[in-house]
Design a protein around this ligand. Structure first.
Ligand code: NAP
Length: 306
């Protein structure tokens, strides 16, 4: 099998798939490597309302699937594999995966970001037993139960609203007294009678043996500790890129995000980045898609210049 490509794209979310559409339509021999589900994190969103072209919104799963269908219409090769090394060489770049090695003249890294863990006792042992990072996947298991959500950003509020469709009550616990989420989501959350809010509070422990039964919490201003009863806790405390394998290969910021210029080129020749994995990304599906298109156009120019 010929494992040599002009462009290799790492990551099959909106950034990677958009890059794939552009690279394949430019008739570049292109491979897209995705370790999980094509469509990326957006596939977990129940309803996407801010992607242009869908005035009534669209399910994240359908949006991811449509992007995947569109990308593979144009001779884009795809593979399911986990990338664990990138090595720039004299005339090409070596990509090491658990399914073998590949080479390319240009690489677009669009690996996205993963949900952060809270890092408190009970979180790991009760994952899948009431601790969840995906309300769309696990919300329906908690019909007419009280559930908690941790975080105050768009993810926390959007997923809390989704959970109100199933749960009898959704308690959002936030470490400050003001949400970070967009205004429209805040308005919906405050208007929803199933929503309750615990402000200025952090979760210190997730309680339960076989299943989550409650949370040990602490008020950050008074230091008062108490317990909240809940059958599940959905954790949305930010996202981080997985770029450990890129350390020392391309310049990263303090949070591990890839530093790019406006052409999406990293500090290492021939390596581009797009979407949530790069520094200063607005971390939206639409901006990721834009980054992907820009990265592919820049990669094409780079290959012509070679
Ligand atoms: P985020 O915007 O980084 O928000 C993370 C939230 O978790 C913040 O409220 C933060 O509190 C809190 N937090 C962080 N670490 C914590 C800890 N250790 N303990 C307790 N709370 C902690 O992350 P996100 O909500 O996942 O959103 C990521 C990006 O995706 C954003 O750019 C967002 O706009 C985008 N997004 C958009 C949509 C949409 O357009 N509908 C949906 C989902 C996500 P502080 O506020 O105090 O920092």
């Amino acid at each position: 099998m010929d494992n040599t490509y002009e462009v290799i794209i790492i990551g099959g979310g909106p950034a990677g798939l958009s890059a794939g559409i552009y690279a394949a339509r430019a008739r570049l021999r292109t491979l897209l490597i995705e370790k999980g589900i094509f469509g990326g994190q957006i596939t977990n969103a129940m309803h996407v309302e801010n992607y242009p072209g869908f005035p009534n919104g669209i399910s994240g799963f359908d949006l991811g699937e449509l992007m995947h269908q569109q990308a593979t219409r144009y001779d884009l090769e795809t593979r399911t594999a986990e990338t664990n090394g990138i090595k720039p060489r004299n005339s090409d770049i070596l990509i090491e995966t658990n399914e073998g090695d590949f080479t390319a003249k240009a690489v677009i890294i669009a690996g996205g970001a993963q949900f952060n863990k809270l890092g408190v006792p009970g979180e790991t042992s009760l994952t899948g037993k009431g601790v969840s990072y995906c309300a769309t996947c696990d919300g329906p298991f908690f019909k007419e139960r009280v559930v908690a959500v941790v975080g105050g950003g768009d993810s926390a509020v959007e997923e809390a609203l989704l959970l109100t469709r199933f749960a009898s009550k959704v308690i959002l616990i936030h470490r400050r007294a003001q949400l970070r989420a967009s205004r429209i989501l805040q308005e919906r959350a405050f208007a929803n009678k199933k929503m309750a809010f615990i402000w200025d509070t952090v979760v210190e422990e997730i309680q339960g043996d076989e299943q989550v039964t409650g949370l040990g919490i602490r008020h950050v201003k008074t230091d008062k500790r108490s317990t909240v009863e809940a059958s599940a806790v959905f954790i949305y405390v930010g996202q981080s890129p997985q770029t450990d394998y890129l350390k020392g290969i391309i310049p990263l910021d303090d949070e591990g995000r890839i530093i790019t210029d406006e052409r999406m080129e990293s500090g290492t020749r021939g390596i581009f980045a797009a979407g949530d994995i790069r520094k200063n990304s607005s971390r939206q599906a639409i901006t990721a898609a834009g980054d992907g298109a820009t990265a592919a156009i820049s990669a094409e120019k780079f290959l012509i210049e070679q």
